[in-house]
Design a protein around this ligand. Sequence first.
Ligand SMILES: [Zn+2]
Length: 64
Amino acid sequence: MLLISMTTQEMRTYQCEACGYKFKATRLHKICPYCGKEGTVKPVKDAETILKEVDQENQGGYQQ
Ligand SMILES: [Zn+2]
């Protein structure tokens, strides 16, 4: 059974370091949608994101 149909656009959590505004988006915003400052938005590593990264490492996606 295949239920996955939206794999191309992955929602991630981002947070503005200037105002602390947290939001979800499919890609990194250069400008904070709340305070309008530039370069303050950083991806937030929530539990879900960390689990996904561990998954990728286990699949041998990285080589040194
Ligand atoms: Zn902001």
